[in-house]
Design a binder for this molecule. Structure first.
Ligand SMILES: [Zn+2]
Length: 256
């Protein structure tokens, strides 16, 4: 293979590895961020449940006072009833006692409902606290792991960049500029191998036979006329199946 082409392939291999490395870093960051967001949501939910619990406790306290007040009234009325002489007064107090007993029963029913509600809220609070603990634990483990590896990851990245710089210096400026531009516009591969059939593996279009022959036999820097990717012949790769296509534009080529 032409030396310049082999350097471009080499720099592309480094760039692909660097991209994979950065994506795995990003994944770790995203996981940490997701956990943090999730934790915040759980904390908000917990706050809301605590407010609900305080509210229901207040209602339970209120109904306790009501029940006590109805009980006191009933006792007092029963005492008064003993001293009453007329039927009319007796019946009136009897009615009041019944009314207060009905109110007391209503408050007791409400209290029962509040107690059930309290139990349900308490259960949810316990569950969220457990989930929050687990999330906090997981987050702390991820952060510790990340901190532990931070130095190492920095060194790995520096190693990639150092290697890249060495290779980059060996490549002609025009070629590296084209490589960078194609990479920016098309992504990987910016330098694409050409199959034995004569198809570019970047866009799977067929090269005109004459250009394909030049690529095989000469030291040429050539771009695909369809997708602009830099082309090279890679004899080490197995032949992938690809659809055949037409080529209309003229090939860009330069003698190296
Ligand atoms: Zn192409």
């Amino acid at each position: 293979m032409n030396e310049q082409i082999s350097f471009i392939v080499e720099i592309q291999n480094i760039d692909v590895e660097l991209l994979k490395f950065e994506e795995s870093l990003k994944k770790t960051f995203n996981e940490i961020e997701d956990s943090q967001n999730n934790l915040k949501l759980k904390e908000l939910e917990l706050e809301k449940l605590k407010e609900d619990l305080a509210e229901v406790n207040k209602k339970i306290g209120g109904s306790e006072l009501d029940i006590k007040s109805y009980e006191d009234k009933i006792i007092k009325m029963k005492d008064t009833q003993k001293l009453i002489k007329t039927n009319k007064e007796y019946n009136a107090i009897q009615k009041s006692i019944k009314d207060n007993e009905a109110l007391k029963k209503k408050s007791e029913d409400e209290q029962l409902e509040y107690m059930e509600n309290k139990e349900s809220i308490s259960g949810k609070i316990a569950l969220i606290k457990k989930e929050t603990e687990e999330l906090t634990g997981g987050l702390s483990a991820k952060n510790t792991e990340y901190k532990k590896n931070e130095k190492e990851l920095g060194a790995v990245k520096k190693d990639f960049l150092d290697k890249r710089e060495i290779v980059k210096k060996k490549i002609k400026k025009d070629y590296i500029d084209i490589y960078e531009a194609v990479k920016r516009n098309k992504g990987f591969p910016a330098i694409a191998s050409v199959m034995k059939s004569g198809a570019c593996t970047g866009c799977y279009r067929m090269l005109p036979p004459q250009q394909f022959n030049e690529l095989i036999s000469e030291n040429v820097f050539m771009q695909c006329p369809v997708c602009s990717r830099i082309l090279y012949i890679d004899t080490t790769l197995p032949e992938p199946a690809a659809p055949a296509g037409k080529v209309s534009k003229k090939l860009n080529k330069n003698k190296i």
